[in-house]
Write a protein that binds this ligand. Structure first.
Ligand SMILES: Cc1cc2nc3c(=O)[nH]c(=O)nc-3n(C[C@H](O)[C@H](O)[C@H](O)COP(=O)(O)O)c2cc1C
Length: 550
């Protein structure tokens, strides 16, 4: 059992926001050291990706898919090609738009990020493909140009052996902590993990557009991931901010070969002795060292672990899951939907949503087989506390929803000071704790942000904390945030699909949230907030496409 005086508990408690004191940060924005949003590896061969006009697409034509179909078993699978990889990256981690205000211009991406700082970098490992390298290779994805930069070419025979002839690639995600720490100081490590969770979901959903499946590979330790991505190659990071290994995903049109999930050593050795190219660009000329971030990163380093049996993890498609697919929901092209996703900057504080839409959004976050949650290897640890403001035929008030029955029961037992336990839906595990106007409470708890009260509802994501860390060890601290980010991404898209909009809220007062529920100690901890409503657009901003070609 992790002890509250361990580095993780020290970090977690030390980076809480309190009513009278925010987590430590610089307190102002030092524009002179603002990190550049894009990394590149100068000196590495680069390959433009579909749908850029200069990309080698090899006849690839995307098959149109409806957003709701992403949550069903795939009807057809696109064969692996450079074109399909380009399509995957464009709709998971690519640029979705540029915003312009006066002389300022900044990009937005398919994956959201706290403060739009984008600490997450992505890599692809693939066998030889027409349009990419002739050999098996490790690539860095440069979202600004939508290109793959070849970091390492290695013996394709090892790739062929380990992939067992299946059409698959590996997608690895890393974090550059400095990008978030520049603005948010010590709390930044949490935001890097949220962002990574959002990115896991965007990759998984873009893979579903191709009929491909995504799985997190828990057997790969952080050291193994660092080796195959070249993160420990000191000479390639002279003066450049280091990257922290995050996770490795297999994205496959077939099945996950045993060799990949059971032992990475031979692939690691083949890549380790490959031909490397490129040097990482520096993002800022000056830095502030936030040593607690380095400490928590070391304390949560993942040693890797055997993948638990998937059948013990995911619930069957329960009656609740079908709520997410009510016939009334209109057809929505999935690719367009992920490109149009945006965070709401303000809500109209007036318009409600229908109860059906509300329940459908919540149902979508449940971990059922054909959902992004299915790429995680653990049972859901995140439950919701909901502040319902404006939902037709649902009384305003405080609610909780469980995403896993055992954990939800334990949460309900821990909640004190609310005697009501009124089921609020026939099949959804949604329980009303109290009726009343929660707008002021929701705003106050979310760092006094109006978006938490002016929408239709907002929520806190409550993680089963102690028990999860005791079960899986300190590295699971990261995974708890990943799950919250992944669930958040589904809320973002569900809101977009329902014609409303949402926003992730990383700034909330931690312990006051726990006090509202009467939660004591660390059995459950709030890790992330979210809000959904009818947006008010900022008409002063103009929008340009993510890339010149569209
Ligand atoms: C982990 C996380 C935390 C966030 N926290 C807040 C927040 O507290 N307040 C807010 O207004 N927006 C918040 N956002 C929204 C980001 O500012 C937004 O994602 C970013 O500016 C990029 O814009 P986009 O989502 O429209 O692509 C958060 C987003 C993420 C992913």
């Amino acid at each position: 059992m992790e002890q509250p005086d361990s580095p993780i508990y020290r970090y977690h408690d030390g980076t809480k926001h309190h009513f009278n004191r925010f987590a430590r940060s610089l307190g102002y924005l030092d524009w002179a050291t603002q990190p550049r949003p894009f990394r590149s590896f100068a000196g590495s061969p680069s390959y433009p990706l579909f749908p850029a006009p200069d990309a080698h697409a090899d006849g690839y034509t995307p098959v149109a898919v409806d957003y709701h179909q992403l949550f069903e078993p795939a009807a057809a699978r696109a064969p692996l090609s450079a074109g399909a990889v380009g399509d995957l990256l464009r709709h998971s981690l690519g640029l979705s738009a540029w915003k312009v205000f006066g002389s300022s211009r900044w990009s937005l991406r398919v994956n959201p990020s706290s403060g739009n700082l984008h600490p997450t970098e992505a890599y692809v490992v693939s066998g030889p493909l027409p349009g990419l390298a002739d050999d098996a290779a490790v690539y860095h994805y440069a979202a600004d140009g939508h290109v793959l930069e070849q970091r390492c070419a290695f013996d394709h025979r090892e790739w062929t052996r380990i992939s067992e002839g299946h059409d698959l690639i590996l997608v690895a995600l890393t974090s550059i902590h400095w990008r978030e720490a520049w603005k948010y100081g010590e709390r930044a490590f949490r935001y890097c993990q949220h962002d990574l969770g959002h990115a896991i979901a965007t990759v998984s959903l873009a893979a579903s557009m191709l009929g491909w499946r995504t799985e997190l590979l828990p057997t790969w330790s952080h050291q193994a991931i660092a080796t195959i991505l070249g993160l420990n190659r000191d000479d390639d990071f002279v003066e450049a901010e280091r990257e922290e290994p995050g996770c490795l995903l297999v994205v496959t049109a077939g099945r996950v070969p045993d060799g990949l999930s059971s032992g990475p050593d031979s692939l690691r050795a083949a890549i380790g002795s490959g031909r490397w190219s490129g040097r990482a660009s520096q993002l800022s000329e000056g830095h502030i060292q936030w040593t607690v971030i380095d400490e928590v990163a070391r304390a949560t380093e993942d040693p890797g672990r055997a993948r638990p049996n998937p059948s013990t993890i995911h619930a069957d498609a329960s009656p609740c899951a079908s709520l997410a697919d009510t016939a009334s929901r209109q057809t929505l092209p999935a690719r367009a939907l992920v490109l149009q996703r945006r965070s709401a900057l303000a809500f109209d504080a007036r318009s409600p949503i229908q109860a059906d839409a509300f329940f459908a959004m919540l149902a979508r976050t449940l971990a059922v087989p054909a959902s992004p949650s299915a790429c995680l290897w653990w049972t859901p640890r995140i439950h919701f506390v909901l502040f319902v403001h404006r939902v037709v035929d649902v009384a305003p008030g405080l609610y909780v929803m469980g995403r896993e029955p055992g954990g939800f029961e334990r949460l309900l037992r821990q909640i004190r000071g609310h005697d009501l336990r009124e089921p609020a839906h026939g099949t959804l595990p949604l329980v009303c704790l109290g009726r009343g106007d929660c707008r002021a409470l929701a705003r106050r708890l979310s760092c006094d942000q109006d978006i938490a009260s002016d929408g239709c509802f907002s929520l806190g994501m409550i993680a089963e904390f102690d028990a999860s860390l005791a079960e899986y060890g300190p590295s699971f601290y990261r995974q708890l945030f990943w799950e919250s980010g992944l669930v958040g991404q589904m809320l973002y898209l569900e809101a977009e699909a329902a014609g409303v909009r949402s926003t992730g809220i990383g700034c909330f007062y931690d312990d006051p949230v726990h006090e509202v529920l009467g939660l004591e100690n660390h059995a459950f901890q709030s890790l992330y907030h979210f809000t959904i409503g009818v947006p008010v657009e900022d008409t002063r901003l103009t929008t340009e496409p993510g890339y010149l070609w569209g």
